[in-house]
Design a protein. Structure first.
Length: 510
């Protein structure tokens, strides 16, 4: 009976912000791990022992109070942890036992709607993590009492239990169960038309009731592919799936089933190159694997979720504390083809290891807005947001590799040309002659990260100063008009320059 009630209610509800893939392409996303971002009481001294795997007290209301911390970095969307009701102590949100109830540890329905309204008032989108693959029961699989699950409370709504023994067997991945004897995860029978119908009604309700603008879909490779197209149509908003696999030929074809997937193939390449485990040719291969979509099935690289940290993998700084390397990785991620995603704590250079150590409480940083990576992230978002507003073709322009060596790479995406290095902060200062930049000869170009200015030669190139392995982002002066990027350098000699920047010897404050 529950099905007919929820389906009828859901059919009457309409999403207020039916954000499409086109709307999301221009966004940059800040990933919030809800329990570990901010508390309602604002306490930044509250303890959070990640080894305990227990709730630490983060809430939707705490997040709402700290939205300016995210907005001031230039982010235009926030992705939060799953919102559904959970078994005891499931602070992460992936052990749900009731689809239609909310996790009361995070707050009330009113709190969640208030968060959505606050985001929308700031011109930002709300992305919610969802788990269509499984429910949860704290026992061994053979001890599950299905009557205690909500929505689906009968074993015929789930696949019969089998463990996943061979991850290369797609049938096993989709029909067998995740979990273990500490936590059984009954696998929802999404290939059953009646079950799929109920799931579609649920997601339509969830999006409408909570004013959600986009979905991050967990464990996509564990669900039958045919389930997703009607499910995402029912949601009516942008869908980005998690396919945690580094092989391009496996991951990218899932983009045929939904708008986007997290770019795990590129993630592995980014971490290898900028943790100095491989050279730049690794990135060349990774970029080509999505450009050549006839071979890999990559439908649209400009919609993929670009990232190099999340809540499931060791922090980048757990491997290296070299700030120039992380700045290069961040620059590549933020100014590349996909929708950039930064996981909370990256901007504070958190260094936790594998799960659960990568799930630190952000409030321990005191929400420091002067840290080098906070400022670097804000600057990159500022650059991207300005170029998006000034140049319509930028978003659809696929990154071109102009030149590369083992340690440097020159790229172009529309009006932005980037020079990346993985030599690290101990690299010497040296001059690099650009190749294939195609700037207008005689014009002035700025490295918007340092505000160094360069004159373009007769071949459309510049001689760039490479310092301490830092990245370089080159933009023509005329493209920067209307922004606050390098305004001090561009206004040199004018009354405004002397007033705002402190005289002829002043420098732009990054």
């Amino acid at each position: 009976m529950r099905f007919f009630i929820t389906a009828a209610v859901a059919s009457l509800l309409q999403t207020c912000f039916a954000a499409t893939a086109t709307d999301w392409r221009s966004r940059s996303i800040y990933q919030v791990f809800t329990d570990r971002f901010a508390r309602t009481d604002g306490n930044t001294a509250a303890p959070c022992n990640v080894a305990n795997n227990l709730y630490c007290g983060g809430t939707w209301k705490g997040l709402e109070k700290k939205l300016d911390y995210i907005k001031n970095m230039g982010f235009t969307a926030v992705w939060i942890s799953p919102i559904t009701a959970q078994v005891a102590n499931a602070y992460h949100g992936y052990y749900q036992n009731d689809l239609y109830s909310l996790n009361t540890h995070f707050g009330t329905a009113r709190d969640l709607r208030s968060l959505a309204s606050a985001l929308h008032s700031k011109g930002m989108y709300l992305m919610v993590d969802i788990v269509p693959n499984h429910m949860a029961f704290a026992s061994c699989p053979d001890k599950v009492d299905f009557r205690r699950l909500k929505t689906f409370n009968h074993p015929d709504k789930f696949h019969s239990y089998c463990p996943i023994k061979n991850t290369g067997n797609q049938t096993e991945l989709e029909d067998c169960w995740l979990g273990d004897c500490n936590m059984a995860l009954p696998d929802i029978k999404t290939d059953d038309p009646l079950v799929a119908r109920e799931m579609n009604a649920w997601i339509r309700w969830l999006v409408s009731a909570h004013n959600v603008d986009g979905l991050r879909i967990d464990s996509v490779k564990n669900v039958n592919k045919a389930f997703f197209p009607p499910f995402c149509r029912a949601a009516g908003v942008f869908c980005m799936g998690e396919v945690s696999e580094g092989h391009a030929n496996y991951t990218y074809p899932y983009q045929k089933q939904m708008d986007s997937v997290l770019d795990y193939p590129l993630y592995y390449s980014i971490t290898r190159v900028f943790q100095q485990k491989s050279n730049m040719s690794d990135l060349v291969v990774a970029l080509a694997s999505c450009t050549d979509n006839q071979e890999t099935g990559c439908k649209d690289p400009t919609l993929l979720g670009a990232f190099f940290e999340n809540h499931d993998n060791p922090r980048f700084a757990n491997v290296t504390q070299d700030l120039s390397l992380v700045k290069n990785a961040l620059t590549f991620t933020m100014l590349g083809d996909g929708i950039p995603i930064v996981y909370q704590g990256q901007e504070q250079n958190f260094a936790g290891g594998d799960d659960p150590w990568c799930r630190e409480a952000l409030w321990s940083s005191q929400f420091n807005t002067t840290s080098p990576l906070y400022k670097h992230t804000a600057l990159l978002n500022n650059i991207r947001n300005h170029i998006v507003s000034e140049s319509a073709p930028y978003l659809s322009y696929q990154t071109r590799i102009l030149a590369y060596t083992a340690t440097e790479m020159q790229l172009r995406k529309g009006a932005i040309r980037t020079v990346l290095s993985n030599q690290g902060e101990h690299a010497p200062t040296w001059a690099l002659k650009t190749q294939g930049m195609e700037f207008e000869k005689g014009k002035t170009v700025f490295d918007v990260l340092s505000c160094a200015r360069y004159g373009v030669d007769g071949n459309g190139e510049v001689d760039v100063n490479m310092r301490s392995g830092e990245p370089v982002v080159l933009v023509e002066e005329n493209v920067l008009r209307g922004s606050d990027l390098c305004t001090c350098e561009r206004g040199r000699g004018s009354p405004r320059y002397r007033t705002v920047c402190g005289g002829e010897r002043g420098t732009h404050d990054l």
